[in-house]
Design a protein around this ligand. Structure first.
Ligand SMILES: [Ca+2]
Ligand SMILES: [Ca+2]
Ligand SMILES: [Ca+2]
Ligand SMILES: [Ca+2]
Length: 487
């Protein structure tokens, strides 16, 4: 089997195109972070020695922190056919998941169901394929069929990033599914290793052959230390998460009714008895112990006033920054003056707003002086130390105009906005909820979200970026399966 999960973490660059639900969650009081995933396991044919399908469920409840890593162990008494003994691209399973996402700086309000058709995939580490579009033809290499044999390259070639995420041991089998969501290829892989291969070290458990075959899931290239972040529409990956994975006992023919199928992929234990599946998982770090993982918490070093999973909670201006660290959480701080915003905002209107807002800004910024006229173009990062230049004022104006239009019904953004709405407080191109330093400029022009200790707090704002802040939360779960006496 082949279940579950990713090392390291978010925000995953995946999925778009979702169904927005509202009122999904009941309220809960705040408190320390919890991570209590649920594991289930079952077989469709419980006969001893049967080539039965195995279904494993893994769920992260609402309000828990999301996982940083999960390994599922298949009991050692199962027969797991090595990947090399099954044809490449044979259908070996299917996975259905429902993820909870925050989109475009919103709270955790979007549920996205996804399905994967899993194929037996190459484990030849000498024949690799990139997650990137290395050949520059507009499609990521894993999701194209470069050699024209009818099999996507992420299936019949070994992804080069696996060795960076799970260095060392080679899997005995790999299955892979590639599904397209809103035109974006999503890559899911299960790697099964020999028993006692240590992925998440827990002495006496994960180094014990009796615990079984560790199965690691990789989603996209999450966890690849060489991956390059990009600003993305998915700004949070939240709980709840629900995953149901079916690993076929016998491979199946293609959905189109083509040939193939019928090879044994999994076989139940030969002896009747009770067998235990195990999951070893790590919940994400919560540095300030306010119950919200660093990757979700836009104030990771200050206990939140509200709940970042809920729209507007503790966030009066709805910019994704909790009042605990938002330097301007009150929308009433902004003066709009006599501008008419119904039916659209003209450049002239914007200039009026700009003048008023610049005056407001300079009165609030030590070291800034009043400036003259503003033409309303171009902005970026403002340095108000010393005096405020016309150029600086233009930058301020742009930031504030964009803030204004996001708050006034009927107003639309004017001109081009290259950055700097209040949803991107520091104007570095990463929306607050994706930005691992939402108050410090660390965009693609700077260190691009660099995070050496991978604690989801960027180097630009991490008090010590060599030691992860907050603890991973371990959780070990088991699920028993009864195997009967023949059939
Ligand atoms: Ca916090
Ligand atoms: Ca706010
Ligand atoms: Ca930033
Ligand atoms: Ca860090």
């Amino acid at each position: 089997m082949r279940l579950k999960v990713t090392r390291a973490v978010l925000p995953p660059s995946l999925l778009i195109g979702a169904i927005v639900l509202t009122g999904v969650f009941a309220s809960r009081s705040d408190g320390a972070a919890t991570f209590d995933p649920q594991l289930s396991a079952s077989v469709t044919d419980a006969s001893a020695g049967a080539a039965s399908d195995v279904t494993v469920g893994f769920d992260v409840p609402a309000w828990d922190v999301n996982f940083a890593a999960v390994v599922i162990y298949i009991p050692a008494a199962w027969h797991v056919t090595p990947g090399g003994d099954i044809p490449i691209n044979a259908r070996v399973g299917e996975l259905n998941a429902e993820a909870t996402l925050g989109l475009i700086n919103g709270a955790c309000a979007t549920r996205l169901p996804v399905e994967f058709d899993m194929r037996n995939a190459s484990i030849d580490a000498n024949d690799t394929v990139s997650f990137l579009d290395a050949d520059g033809n507009g499609t990521q290499d894993f999701a194209e069929d470069g050699d024209g044999n009818g099999v996507l390259d992420g299936i019949d070639h070994y992804p080069d990033f696996i060795s960076r995420i799970v260095p060392g041991p080679q899997p005995i089998s790999r299955s892979a599914g590639i599904t397209f969501v809103a035109g974006i290829p999503i890559f899911l892989q299960f790697l099964v290793f020999e028993p006692a291969t240590v992925i998440i070290p827990i002495a006496g458990l994960t180094d014990n052959p009796a615990t079984g075959y560790p199965s690691v899931t990789l989603l996209q290239n999450i966890g690849d230390p060489a991956a390059t972040p990009v600003p993305f529409v998915i700004t949070d990956f939240c709980s709840p998460l629900s995953v149901v994975n079916v690993s076929y006992g016998m491979t199946r023919a293609d959905g189109g009714g083509g040939s193939g199928g019928g090879e044994v992929s999994l076989r139940n234990p030969a002896a009747a008895g009770t067998y235990t599946f195990t999951s070893v998982a790590l919940g994400q770090r919560d540095a300030d112990l306010d119950g919200y993982e660093n990757g979700l918490d836009t104030c990771p070093l200050a206990p939140n006033v509200g709940n970042p999973r809920e729209t507007g909670s503790g966030d009066a201006d709805n910019d994704g920054l909790d009042a605990a660290c938002d330097p301007n959480d009150s929308p009433s701080d902004v003066v709009f003056g006599d501008v008419e915003c119904n039916g659209g905002l003209s450049i002239g209107d914007a200039q009026k707003i700009a003048r008023k807002l610049i005056s407001l800004a300079v009165s609030q910024e030590p070291g800034c002086a009043e400036i003259g006229s503003v033409d309303g173009t171009i902005f970026g990062d403002v340095d108000c130390s010393g005096s405020l230049t016309i150029g600086d004022a233009q930058k301020v104006a742009r930031k504030l105009i964009n803030l204004a239009v996001t708050q006034e019904t009927g107003c639309t953004a004017i001109g081009h906005r290259e950055a700097g709405t209040n949803s991107d407080q520091d104007g570095d191109g990463y929306l607050n909820r994706q930005d691992n330093c939402p108050l410090v400029v660390n965009g693609e022009s700077e260190d691009n979200q660099r995070d050496v200790d991978m604690d989801q707090i960027g180097a630009a704002c991490d008090p010590d970026d060599t030691v992860p802040t907050g603890d991973l939360i371990p959780a070990v779960k088991t699920a028993d399966v009864q195997i009967g006496g023949g059939g």
